[in-house]
Design a binder for this molecule. Sequence first.
Ligand code: UD1
Length: 413
Amino acid sequence: MKMVVQGEARLTGEVEISSSKNAVLPVLAATLLTEEKVVLRKVPFIEDVKVIKFLLKELGVEVKEDKKDLNIIGQARYNHPPYEMVKKIRASFLLMGPVLATKGLVRVSLPGGCAIGTRPIDLHLKGFKALGAQFTFSGGDIIARVNKLKGTHIYLDFPSVGATENIMMAAALASGTTYIENAALEPEIVDLANFINSMGGKISGAGTNIIRIEGVKELKGTEYSCIPDRIEAGTFMLAAAATGGDVLINNVIPEHVKAITAKLIETGVEVEERGSQIRVKGQKKINPVYIKTMPYPGFPTDMQAQFMAYLSCADGSSIITESVFENRFMHVQELMRMGASIKIEGKTAIIKGVSKLHGTEVIATDLRAGAALLIAGMMAQGSTTVTNSYHINRGYENVVEKLRALGADIKEV
Ligand code: UD1
């Protein structure tokens, strides 16, 4: 699959943001915590969701689709999700917490996902161990067992999003109370806590760095819709800014994209917040800026590549430091093939603005790198072909249709 985009676009009009990929994936895993029916509303049609749906079915759960709603019934009957699917996305590892909590035994392969660093899972395992689980390793799989998970204090060395989620899910059915200290603060953590609480869970403090999870005997069915996707919203904000466009973004929580808004304003863009809408008006001249990616509420690593594409045509030199992942500059090579002038020194990229990018064939190495190349393609002179575009479909719902509705000349072939 590849996407072909014509350059010198100017995006105008309105776009509707879908539910958050990174909220929906853990929430789908957490449906395993109840025997009863869960109805999830407005679930995005993206590849990563398909993979988790498939894995839930493989575990013996009934998953019925009703337009954009999912009806999910039953807990895991099996405890070994198949490797061919697990390796596709790192979020499959989020099945470990709920299956361990309900079955006392789980076997999962080491996770896959984007090629953006080693992405260890030591913090997830540290959490499960503190809750009483024991591990063995066999044939690339981790096998975890426990009689009954017991509440405890867990300090995370880094506020990992996935570890916070996995531990929260496991602890929701543990005996006693668990405290996660130095927990991740991301809005998706709060959404997962709200979801578990809507099933009768007792979680407080989500969104702060100490989360308290009082274990309950069982959780009940519920109906839930996840928060809007702040990274999809951010990507459209960048696409609007980079094309000197004027776009109204609907279904966004402005507070969730504050770091992106702040940086865009520094570059000279007009950003107007109106309730659940944000209007972004791009300008011809892009001021260079300094960015350092950080855990929430800092600047999101998932927006680093898109911002770099935009800054490649700034009026001066910008600096981006990636502090969350160790190898997240795979897009740099591709942007340089389009004429960008970027130098990497360790975790820092120095982006010297050029007057124009030029369309060519480039490779999407991961999801957000792919989004960045689409933005670069719309800014460039001529036509850009982004190969391996399946990475983009992993996380952006109907991205081609949405961009076309804003006036972009783009197709997937
Ligand atoms: C989630 C998001 C991803 C985003 C990332 C950081 C999902 C499905 N994915 O990924 O889009 O880029 O948060 O905002 O929600 N780490 C360890 N040990 C661990 C776990 C993580 O050292 O056990 C390290 C990682 O290697 C990385 C950093 O912590 O350097 C952040 O990872 P983490 O917050 O766990 O990200 P994910 O949950 O994988």
